[in-house]
Write a protein that binds this ligand. Structure first.
Ligand SMILES: *Cc1c(COP(=O)(O)O)cnc(C)c1O
Length: 383
């Protein structure tokens, strides 16, 4: 949280930067771990949400595994000390090089996204004389009721294997001597706030679990992915997700054998609230119809608003003014979509005031870019 002392410590610092509240991160991780432990559930952290090394170190320490979507993420997780037996590798387009390196690192499991990928992994594993554990990423055709740009579990999405392809998968697996099918995997979307969606997912997983058993596969792992949403509107009121309610749904609705493991891949819900993007107002433009605050941070530091019209809470953390004014809060980049919020009600604001863009710990720093030849954004950590 951004208390007075934290804010005054920002006065000396060059902006923009990401501020990470490591205490809140630890509390969030602890809360998630306790809730998961209650049901014996396994949690893998989705590195793509944030691969800042201090953040990763806190996650490694709590004992979570790593969910990776590129060869470099696999390498980073292992280099930073994640147990390779807790590393899983998903992605629709794994290259031969990435697969080979992951095989050499003896990762726990490949989450395979197409029939052809089975054949390719099998061939590369044969060359190395290795066996590869695989799970099939199945597209369950469950609507996540989230933004169209971040839904992934419908048949029209590029991700995963469709249910009508499962017979072909089984045929392919019979021909793939180096592959060991250990589970099925799902990931239906992100920023899911309606927990009913996860109940629908469970029912689908149950059907498929039975289907595989009927076809002679006693799966060890049911991997239900991630996607749990956070409260972007009230970060101070809801800094930590209700992980108990989340895991309880899966415990209640997933029908599993006693020896079957349930795996999760949480990204956003673990790291979003601990990060804020801190910026200074460069210019105030008062117009006839609109007022603009022009910040020294833009879409190059936080792309979500430009990319998915995402909402982030914006606060002026310097101003003591009681006078409220509506501003469009924009960045300095030469793109019209470089806008953090329209008609945002803020205390009267001035050049030099500090602006906090909240809930920016997930899909923030990782998506930063050098567009306009901008400098890479820096990070600052709580003590
Ligand atoms: C992105 C991703 C996740 C994490 O999603 P969140 O919405 O951040 O929880 C989990 N699994 C896979 C395969 C992903 O691609």
């Amino acid at each position: 949280m951004l208390n007075k002392d934290t804010i005054s410590s920002f006065n000396e610092l060059e902006t923009p930067f990401y501020y990470y509240d490591l205490k809140l991160l630890e509390q969030t991780l602890e809360s998630c771990r306790m809730a998961a432990d209650k049901f014996g559930f396994h949690v893998h952290y989705a590195l793509k949400a944030n691969f800042n090394e201090q953040v990763l170190e806190a996650i490694r320490k709590i004992g979570f595994g790593a969910d990776c979507v590129s060869g470099n993420e696999v390498k980073k997780a292992i280099d930073l000390g994640f147990d390779s037996q807790k590393v899983v590798f998903a992605g629709v387009g794994k290259s031969d090089k990435e697969i080979t390196e992951a095989l050499n690192s003896d990762i726990y499991c490949f989450n395979v996204e197409s029939v052809q990928e089975l054949e390719i992994i099998n061939g590369l594993a044969a060359k190395l004389g290795k066996e590869a554990r695989v799970a099939l990423r199945i597209n369950p055709n469950v609507d996540a009721h989230t933004h169209q740009y971040i839904t992934t579990g419908l048949e029209e999405n590029k991700f995963g294997i469709n249910q009508w392809e499962l017979n072909a998968c089984i045929e392919q697996l019979k021909a793939c001597k180096q592959l060991n099918l250990i589970g099925i995997h799902f990931h239906i979307g992100s920023q899911i706030t309606n927990l009913e969606v996860f109940k629908s997912l469970c029912l689908k997983v149950n059907e498929l679990n039975v289907w595989f058993a009927d076809h002679g596969y006693q799966l060890k792992v049911l991997n239900v992915g991630g996607g749990l949403g956070v409260d972007y509107h009230a970060p101070d009121e809801n800094p930590i997700n209700d992980f108990d309610s989340y895991f309880t749904i899966f415990n209640q609705f997933l029908e599993r054998r006693n020896d079957q493991e349930v795996h999760f891949e949480l990204g956003r819900a673990l790291v979003a609230q601990c990060g804020s993007l801190i910026s200074r107002i460069l210019y105030v433009k008062n117009g006839l119809k609109k007022n603009f605050l022009i910040l020294d941070a833009g879409m190059t530091e936080l792309m979500r608003p430009a990319l998915y019209q995402a909402y982030h809470k914006i606060e002026n953390i310097s101003s003591l003014s009681v006078k409220k004014i509506k501003y469009d809060v924009v960045g300095p980049i030469c793109e019209s979509t470089d806008c953090f919020g329209k008609e945002v009600e803020l205390p009267e604001s001035f050049r030099g005031d500090l602006i906090a863009i909240r809930t920016a710990g997930a899909y923030g720093e990782v998506m930063s870019s050098g567009y306009n030849l901008r400098e890479r954004v820096k990070s600052v950590y709580s003590k």
